[in-house]
Ligand binder design. Structure first.
Ligand code: HEC
Length: 108
């Protein structure tokens, strides 16, 4: 019974997700170990990241830099100062660009 409810819940949340392909990429890239779209895990919820940088034209380049090289300090009050690990060259530049576009596009 409990298992069924979980499976149903997972199926529903997939349907509600903005882009299944991008979420799969995030999963394959290891991001979902620390992030989810709608709640804080280790890192901030990606929806909150998207809201924070909404309307900020420089955000895309900044966030690409952050995902590539890692860093901390922008979400200390949420994370307690845990750093975001570097992802380049583990994840290709092309895919990092896609992931950042996906995150920034969440808060429409
Ligand atoms: C080991 C845990 C961990 C993993 C794995 C991880 N992150 Fe993060 N991420 C964090 C933490 C912690 C922060 C907050 C950093 C800060 O305070 O500036 C963060 C912040 C971010 C931010 C916001 C950065 C900012 O400066 O506002 C983005 C975008 C992001 N992560 C994307 C990703 C992507 C894309 C991946 C996968 C390629 C990923 N993260 C994998 C922990 C993680």
């Amino acid at each position: 019974m409990k298992v069924k409810a979980l499976v149903l819940g997972a199926a529903l949340s997939v349907v509600a997700m903005p882009s299944f392909a991008d979420l799969e990429l995030a999963k394959a890239s290891g991001c979902l170990a620390c992030h989810s779209v709608d709640k804080k895990v280790v890192g901030p919820a990606w929806m909150d990241v998207s809201k924070k940088y909404k309307g900020n034209a420089a955000a895309k380049a900044d966030l690409i830099g952050k995902v590539k090289a890692g860093g901390k300090g922008n979400w200390t009050e949420v994370t307690g100062g845990v750093p975001m690990p570097p992802y380049s060259p583990r994840v290709s530049d092309e895919n990092i660009g896609k992931l950042v576009d996906f995150v920034l596009g969440l808060a429409k």
